[in-house]
Design a protein around this ligand. Structure first.
Ligand code: NAP
Length: 254
């Protein structure tokens, strides 16, 4: 694939992200607390997470080890960040969430597979086959956008993991219900895990400074801001004593 073709694909994908973003404010993605049996066949929750996240991990591992330029510069750092995140999301997170009777629709799994294949495909192919290795040299890892982006990535990932850890541990063994999370960034927002993930991929886009990474950042925002709003509205409808000053995903803002 030429650079021009990849760029056209990325712009089309960006336009779809915007359409999905708007739609998701009206249609709640039916997994986790919002799961529903109205979306066709259902699959086990943990298995669903593994299957839907595996393509993103597998595609980036493939391009790292079999790509033309992956080890000809410091571009491997971007692969390492991506793979590090998705190792957790694919093989650690699903086995940490508490088992409940909940399942997720196969429809969600298939959509997520498409989302992951396109995002990892665009990013992996660009970095391994199209990016000029000279761009990812010593000047790159000392550039301000790399340093700020790497900081955002690390801070975002840490917030995402810590918030997921707190949420997962709200339930004692055998419990299946929901509680109001408190402490850490939960005093300001309902979904610090989603905020952390948005910060993380914004940092990645800053570091990488290319169109496919920007596309993935936009997709992450497009998916997670409406999801955080859905979580926030859900909390407020379920808990009368839900803290009034808490925002959905961006402290003091939204
Ligand atoms: N990159 C993307 O586009 C994308 C998209 C979606 C998710 N993600 C990531 O995937 C992870 C999960 O997302 P999510 O929206 O499914 O997270 P979530 O609703 O916050 O749930 C996280 C885990 O904690 C449990 N939990 C949440 N709130 C709870 C409460 N108040 N009381 C007791 N248990 C609670 C959930 O149980 P239940 O499952 O039983 O509700 C689930 O096991 C996040 O790290 C997110 O950033 C990324």
């Amino acid at each position: 694939m030429s650079l021009e073709t990849l760029e056209i694909c990325a712009f089309i994908w960006l336009a779809i992200a915007i359409a999905v973003h708007v739609t998701m404010f009206f249609v709640t993605a039916p997994f986790g607390r919002h799961t529903s049996t109205n979306w066709g066949p259902m699959v086990n929750n943990k298995l669903g997470w593994v299957i839907m996240e595996l393509p993103s991990l597998g595609i980036m591992v493939y391009f790292l080890f079999f790509g033309t330029y992956s080890f000809q510069s410091f571009v491997w750092i971007l692969f390492a960040c991506w793979i590090f995140h998705y190792l957790n999301r694919t093989f650690i997170y699903p086995f940490r969430i508490k088992a409940t009777d909940k399942k997720m629709p196969l429809f969600i799994v298939l959509n997520a597979i498409l989302f992951n294949c396109v995002n990892a495909g665009l990013n992996g192919y660009f970095l391994a086959e199209l990016a000029n290795p000279a761009v990812y040299g010593m000047d790159w890892i000392t550039a301000p956008h790399f340093i700020v982006g790497a900081t955002f990535f690390i801070v975002g990932l840490s917030i995402n993991w810590k918030a997921d850890h707190i949420l997962i541990n709200l339930r004692k063994p055998g419990e299946t219900g929901y509680k109001i999370p408190k402490g850490f960034l939960f005093d300001y927002i309902s979904s610090p895990n989603l905020f952390g993930e948005i910060l993380e991929w914004s940092g990645f886009a800053l570091m990488a400074w290319n169109l496919p990474a920007l596309t993935f950042m936009v997709w992450t925002f497009a998916n997670l801001v409406p999801r955080a709003k859905n979580h926030h509205d859900w909390y407020r409808s379920k808990f009368e004593d839900y803290p009034k000053r808490r925002k959905a995903v961006f402290p003091y803002i939204f």
